[in-house]
Design a protein around this ligand. Structure first.
Ligand SMILES: NC(=O)c1ccc[n+]([C@@H]2O[C@H](COP(=O)([O-])OP(=O)(O)OC[C@H]3O[C@@H](n4cnc5c(N)ncnc54)[C@H](OP(=O)(O)O)[C@@H]3O)[C@@H](O)[C@H]2O)c1
Length: 310
């Protein structure tokens, strides 16, 4: 691990949820954190009070407005003098199917979740290039990789981050600046707290690790990418999802006990099915993982999870 003492990080949405965990990880490394927020003054004040002795600052603004972002970076530079790390974490959802989605709802999510990352990166870029050092980390989502039912705006914005990350990484690779993306799966924050318990239970049933992730489990990957010793990693995407992406969306199929699930037919076929009977002996369930068909062949989509606002 490199020495990060004296570095300055801007973390958008850095006073609650995943952003707060990122701020706290960086603070633990001796980084001075300038945390952005939009409307929740209560969380921002609490953060500022709790870490006043570490020199933190809080900055209100809408990352979806370039003027706000330029103002905030001006405030940060006036206050702290330089910026080493930018974490584009602020994000929102407005979930509706495309048929019902108003263009303003599309625009708003794209502005906050994607343009916000562009505005912030652009606001700090010249500064980082002049100093020959920088770490930009974008917080995307598994929905950006897989799509989401009722989440075309969110998925498009989060997918867009991949292109932004790779293009900016190419433009800065020889100049000491790295740009990477982290794609969380389902993490315990206010975003997931809004999901009905029954729907959340269905999600958890599909996560191989068997639970939601914690904000700090995302934050530790951000900390790793922000480390001065991570200078050879750029333009990359880091999933943190409890194995969800390799699982696939299907529910286990109920079949007669002893069925050879590996054949993917759900019917007894006389082949050796010891492994599957051992896995699902009494229940008579064929789990997708036991069909012998890869996630890619089954077709991967998190569409049925898409109404969960992630
Ligand atoms: N939670 C998950 O399961 C999950 C999964 C995948 C990806 N993500 C992504 O991870 C990031 C953080 O998510 P979270 O779950 O921690 O969300 P959260 O708890 O809802 O917090 C969102 C943060 O973003 C800030 N924010 C929202 N709109 C903003 C705007 N227009 N301008 C500036 N700041 C704004 C909020 O500020 P205020 O406090 O002022 O409201 C808040 O600090 C998001 O980009 C999200 O898409 C989350």
């Amino acid at each position: 691990m490199g020495d990060m003492k004296g570095q300055v990080a801007v973390v958008t949405g850095g006073t609650r949820g995943i952003g707060l965990a990122i701020s706290e990880r960086l603070l633990d490394r001796g980084v001075t954190v300038a945390a952005g927020y939009a409307t929740r003054h209560d969380h921002a004040r609490e953060f500022a009070g709790k870490y006043a002795d570490r020199g933190v600052s809080i900055h209100q603004g809408n990352v979806g407005r370039n003027e706000d972002v330029l103002r905030v970076f001006g405030e940060v530079l006036d206050r702290h003098g330089h910026v080493d790390i930018v974490v584009n974490n602020a994000g929102i959802t407005i979930d509706k199917t495309v048929r019902k989605m108003d263009p303003r709802e599309w625009d708003h999510v794209i502005h906050v979740n994607l343009s916000g990352a562009f505005y912030a990166s652009r606001a700090v870029l010249q500064h980082m290039l002049e100093r020959g050092y920088g770490r930009i980390i974008n917080i995307s989502s598994i929905i950006g990789s897989a799509g989401g039912f009722g989440q075309a705006n969110y998925a498009a914005a989060k997918s867009g981050m991949f292109g932004l990350t790779m293009s900016l990484a190419l433009e800065t690779a020889g100049k000491g600046v790295t740009v990477n993306t982290v794609t969380p799966g389902f993490i315990t924050t206010d975003m997931t707290a809004a999901v009905p318990a029954a729907a959340l239970a269905k999600v958890v049933a599909r996560i191989p690790v068997g639970r939601l992730g914690e904000p700090d489990e995302v934050a530790r990957v951000v900390e790793f990418l922000a480390d001065p010793e991570s200078g050879y990693i750029t333009g990359q995407v880091y999933p943190v999802n409890g194995g969800l992406y390799m699982w696939g969306p299907e529910e286990p199929r109920t079949v007669k006990p002893g069925t050879d699930c590996r054949m993917g037919t759900g019917e007894p076929d006389g082949h050796d099915s010891v492994r599957d009977r051992q896995s699902y002996p009494a229940a008579g369930l064929c789990h997708p993982r036991a069909t012998g068909v890869s996630a890619g062949e089954r077709g991967f989509a998190l569409g049925s999870l898409g109404d969960l606002g992630l």
